[in-house]
Ligand binder design. Sequence first.
Ligand SMILES: [Zn+2]
Length: 269
Amino acid sequence: MKNYIICLVLLLLFCGCTPYLYKATNKSYRKQVKNFSKLLSEYPLKDSAGLPYAANWVGTTNFSIRRPNFVVIHHTAQNSCDQTLKTFTLPRTQVSAHYVICRDGIVYHMLHDNLRAHHAGLGKWGNVSDMNSSSIGIEIDNNGSEPFSDVQMNSLIQLLDRLKKAYNIPQANFIGHMDWAPGRKVDPSRYFSWKQHADKGFGYWYDTTSVKVPADFNPIQALRIIGYNINNLSIAIQSYKIHWVPQDTTKVINEMDKKILVDLMKKYQ
Ligand SMILES: [Zn+2]
């Protein structure tokens, strides 16, 4: 009973401290959101594209707010959630994510899903060239060279499930930062189990049991069809391996990879 009370007090202290710690940055968040809502509620609408159409303003009655259509998963490459929360609340870093999942499974929500976080940066996936505009960014507290904790993965799956349902995000559109930015990014690391997530409907996994590789099969085009930017082939292969063959640290496509790619290509095209 005594331990229970101590835990409760510590919990209350912690919950009480967090908003205090971020009082100033929360205020800045509210101010920025207010500016955006002011812009959206402008009436009559001036002109979004900077063209002189204001005189022709007729508001449609049929619209909704834009929705995210991708989820990009990251590891923070930092040593604690506190460190990451700090990084994402310092204006000079210019980086952020919608969610941060701590090692103990606690999820911090840092930005409304309908707003644009600065998490993906430069990259390309399929024909998408501005991932920040169309995605939710999730950062997993992990230094990049350690396994992900079970409670953390449970929280992630719960969150992915909610996002998938809320925004009708296609199964193929759950990707890693390294898929989006080969070479520049390697997160989430090889410790991240994409198979476990694909089994639950987030991204696809392969089944090579009855795959026959056609004589004219082109693995490079298969990588492109899946979504990879193949301008620099060896780094595209590196990202593919981190995602689908994490035990293989080479940047070479072998016979097994060809089978995997034949199967994945069908799922992602
Ligand atoms: Zn990242």
